[in-house]
Design a protein around this ligand. Sequence first.
Ligand SMILES: [Zn+2]
Ligand SMILES: [Zn+2]
Length: 193
Amino acid sequence: VRRRTILQLLQKRGSIAVSDLTKRFGVSRMTIHRDLDVLVQQGLAQKRHGWVELAATRWVELAATPAPATAGSARCMMCQSEIPERTQFTLQLENGERLQACCPHCGLMMLSHRTGVQSALARDFLYGRILNALEAFYVVESRIATCCAPSVLCFHDAASAADFQRGFGGSVLNYHETIAFLKQRHNPVLAAH
Ligand SMILES: [Zn+2]
Ligand SMILES: [Zn+2]
């Protein structure tokens, strides 16, 4: 049961300090490490410097598993366009529903309008890796227009976003800045108040 709870926490937060887990469950570090070793052996988690994180393959599985609620409709929840694999954006809700968007533009708009979101997964535009959308970086208004305007592309870290920005223009923003940027674009009057 404890291992399942740890896994759920990881799916929600991406990574957790081992010390957080010992406090949360009131057990020794050794007990927690035994639990984590099982998760690591099952390929579900990785341990790193006193932290445990969800295995990258697990993010991929999470994003790739079609949600019952959206099965059969691989269309963006926001704009109804088809979902290109490269810019796919997925919200996992606490009630088990999974919502898909065509790109971070739609995905972040969807995220900012939802409550009960368990995790938000975006795909790195360069490497295709599945990322926690809240910790990712975004290049907005670059010359690479995918489906929606203004174009918003997702990157694993600020450095690769900056590399891309040097080549293709636009601005590098973090998650909060990107949400603010999109709100401003969609409703300049409301955002100003
Ligand atoms: Zn869309
Ligand atoms: Zn789009």
